[in-house]
Each structure stands twice: as C-alpha cells, then as structure tokens.
Design a binder for this molecule. Structure first.
Ligand code: ZN
Ligand code: ZN
Length: 250
C-alpha cells in the first residue's frame, strides 16, 4: 500500500525531498528545487526592453526602451519577466502546460512572484524618485473555453493566484474573456500574430476595470501581440494603465 502511494507520488513528482523539476536530486531550496536546477533557473538580470520585454543580446545591460517601442509602443506600459523562454524554464513551462506536471506549478508560481518583485526593484533602482506603477487588480489572460476544456486548467490563472494573494490584489479571473477562438500563434510572423489576435479579447464587465491599474498575467510572451490585444481590451474598458507580468519572454 505504502509502496503504491509512493509510486503515485513519484509519478506526480511529489516524492518527498525530491527536486520538483528533475525529480532526481535532493531538494535544497524553498521552492523545492535541487541546487543544480535552481542554478539553471536564475532570473535574467536585465538586457530587455522595459516596455515590451524584447530581449537584447547582453543580458546584463540595464533594461531600456527598444527601437520599436520608441516609435510604436504597445498598449501596455511595462513588463515584468523572469527570464528568457529557453533551457530549464522553457522545459518547466512545457511540462506544466502540456504534460500536466502540477508539481512544477509551485515552482513557476514562485518564479512569477520573483519576476514581479525583481521588476519593481529594478524600476526603483533605475529611478529612485519615480513612484512605482502600483496595481489595483490582477487579470490572468483567459483561455478560450474550448482550450480550457482540453487542458483542464488555465495556467495564467493558476500562476497568478499567489501573486494576487501576496500583494492583496483582487484576482479578476473573469476580468477578460476570449471573444473568439484564435489559431495558435506559433509559425506566424509578427504582423500575422497581431492580426490573429485582433479583437480576440473583451472585458465582459467593464466596471471591474474602469479607472484601475491592471496587472495582466501570462506564462510566456512571444512578440507581445496577444498581451497587446488583451491590454487594449482593458484600456477600452476604462483601465488607466496596464502592465504585463510573465514568466518568460521568447
Ligand atoms: Zn533538480
Ligand atoms: Zn520594446
């Protein structure tokens, strides 16, 4: 009996004391990671556009505006991100979303908290006198109901829970809805992505967002087209500012 329980626990990646990510080594951090996995999941110190998150070549450059954002900024005002969508972080997100590895959920939730805290810290460093944006509510990017049925959970909503709780912000799971099903963005050019998600989001109850500073949460941002469409829907509902918090930027 005990053996059977252990086998199930191990399959779920919750064997006691094991690293939640590799399931091999002894967990050594508060997130339940072994030392090796914790090292490969280090946050990106900088080297990205502070507005759209586009990654620059050198990851230790301080965040600054990219060329695109100088000319044609996206509807959202800033981005909080943990790291690039590659390596152990990419693997963890894929395991979580597509293989139902829920033991990884706590790890990713922890990284999202760090992304937000780290982004706030960097903003403060960059402009000590400027006030932080501050947020009034957290809105996860919604999945289309058909995709939600396939996957069984909305990763953005699950990732956003501890972030909202920790900062005592209302988590508006219904803040945005998908107005139609969109084709997967993979394989599309930047312009095609924008077109694919145009008007794909709607705020069913604008009063929830009117006058609010919204923090949008998603797992991965690729070009920012999806986040841009979601941010636009928030602004159209009367939100005064929208920022995005994501685990990873492609
Ligand atoms: Zn590990
Ligand atoms: Zn940019």
């Amino acid at each position: 009996m005990l053996q059977a329980v252990r086998a199930i626990a191990s399959q779920l990646g919750i064997a006691p004391g094991r690293c939640r990510l590799c399931l091999q080594h002894q967990a050594a951090t508060s997130l339940g990671l072994c030392a090796g996995c914790a090292q490969t999941l280090a946050p990106r110190p900088g080297g990205y556009c502070s507005r759209c998150g586009e990654l620059f070549e050198r990851e230790d450059d301080p965040p600054r505006l990219c060329g695109t954002c100088r000319l044609q900024p996206p509807p959202f005002s800033g981005v909080f991100l943990y790291a690039a969508y590659e390596g152990a972080l990419q693997e963890a997100i894929i395991q979580y979303k597509y293989h139902g590895r829920h033991a990884v959920e706590r790890v990713l939730q922890g990284l999202l908290l760090q992304a937000y805290a780290g982004g706030c810290a960097r903003t403060t460093q960059a402009a000590a006198s400027a006030t932080l944006p501050g947020h009034d509510c957290v809105v996860p990017l919604p999945l289309h109901p058909a995709r939600l049925r396939e996957r069984g959970f909305n990763q953005s909503l699950e990732l956003a829970r501890p972030l909202a709780a920790m900062h005592r912000l209302p988590l508006l799971a219904q803040g945005l809805a998908r107005s139609r099903r969109t084709a997967p963005q993979a394989g599309f050019s930047r312009a095609e992505r924008r077109e694919n998600v145009r008007d794909a989001f709607v705020a069913p109850r604008p009063a929830l967002l009117a006058g609010r500073r919204v923090l949008l949460v998603d797992d991965v941002m690729t070009t920012g087209a999806t986040a841009g469409a979601a941010a636009l829907a928030c602004l159209q509902a009367g939100a005064v500012r929208v920022d995005c918090c994501v685990l990873a930027r492609a």
